[in-house]
Each structure stands twice: as C-alpha cells, then as structure tokens.
Design a protein around this ligand. Sequence first.
Ligand code: PGA
Length: 243
Amino acid sequence: MAANWKMFKTPAETKTFFASFLPLVKDTTGCEVAICAPFVDLPEAVSAAAGSAVMIGGQNLYWAKEGAFTGEISGPMLKALGCTWVIVGHSERRQYFGETDETVLRRTKAAMEAGLKVIVCVGELLSEREAGETEAVLRKQFEGGIAGLTAAEFAGIVIAYEPVWAIGTGKTATPEMAAEAHRVIRGLAAERFGGAEVRILYGGSVKPDNVKALMAQEEIDGALVGGASLDAASFAQIVNFAS
Ligand code: PGA
C-alpha cells in the first residue's frame, strides 16, 4: 500500500501524521507500506519511520545524477536521504509538467541505478476510455515507458494503474474494471518479459470503504492512495484492510 501525498503537508504536519499512523500499523503483517512525501518532508518522514516497517519514497526525480538543473532532485539524493521508493510518471506529472513515456523511462532507469524501487504509473483519460482506447493507451504507455527496461530493471518496479478520471474525483473504477486493466498490463508484461512477476497497484479514489472490494480481485496487488492517505486513521484502515 503506497501513499501519494502529492503537494500536501509541511515537515511539522509530517511529524504529527507519523505519531498517529505508526501505532496503528505496528502489528500489520503481509503488507508493505510506503509513504511518498514531498521532497521537503522526506528527512522528517525518514527519521519518524526509522525502526518501523514503513518505507519512504519521493514522488519524482530527475535522471541526471547531479548538475546544473535548477529545481531538480536526483536519484542519488533521494537514496542518500533514506528513501526506498520513488513514484515515476504520475498522471499529474504527465498532464501538468510535460512528462512523456520517454522521460518516464529515463527517470525509471535513473532511479533503479540509484538503488531505488520505482512505482511506474500508467492510466487512460476519460475521453480515451469512452472512445474504447483504454487498452491501446496502456499499450502505448507500456511500450514507450516500461518495455525499454532490462529484465533486471523490470524486476525492481511496481506498476500503478491509475485511470485519470478516477484520481481525486471520488469516482473509483469498479473492481472488475480495474482487474480488467490489470490483466491487460500483465499481458503486456508477459509479452515483453516472459513469465516475470510484477505487482500492480490500483490508484484512483481508493478509500477505507472501497479498498476491500478492490483487493478482493486477484489481479490487484495493492493500492496507490492520494487523498485518503493524508489522514493517519484513514490510511491505516486501508493498510489494515484485511483485518
Ligand atoms: P486519489 O489519488 O486517491 O486522491 O484519487 C490517487 C493518486 O493520484 O495517486
């Protein structure tokens, strides 16, 4: 279960979150938990999570290791801070910051080289779903952004299927719709990487009250949670969905 805090929380709010969240998940088993926080919150998050099973991640990175790239953050910097994960290719990055399948691939490779695990996001727009293009969009994003990885790199990623129309809108894909898209992605992975196993998260308005039905689908391995991850009790309920 991964939290994507987007551009929310200060370091002080991060500290408060962990003080409430950690006791609620200290007995959780069978579920990896990662919190992807804004860059400025990462030191606080890493130190708050130390000694717990909760892992910390960034929400983006640049592909160069260092250099004259004002405003950017590199993989080695995230790693040095104590991050385990990084999100790459979130639809908000694609939509507002010009991210393309090609830059998704470059960022993913750079993250792996820095020793980070990567959550690579894919997903269709509402207009694409309505035009019956969901599968074609997933294929294009997979072929442009993930198929260029080596088999060893592919083993280090988790894919997040996030239909753009379901993000922050309160409209969740039905468990069946999500599972169907996950099957498409798994098929693409099998075509390119043979029988390689890959975990696929669903993202888009996941909440405590719908997580169980989503997780009941064999194809869905976890969730990438935005809005509902900002509240400690609500994200803990999602993490503890099985109990
Ligand atoms: P949401 O965001 O849970 O607020 O819909 C999910 C995401 O963008 O990762």
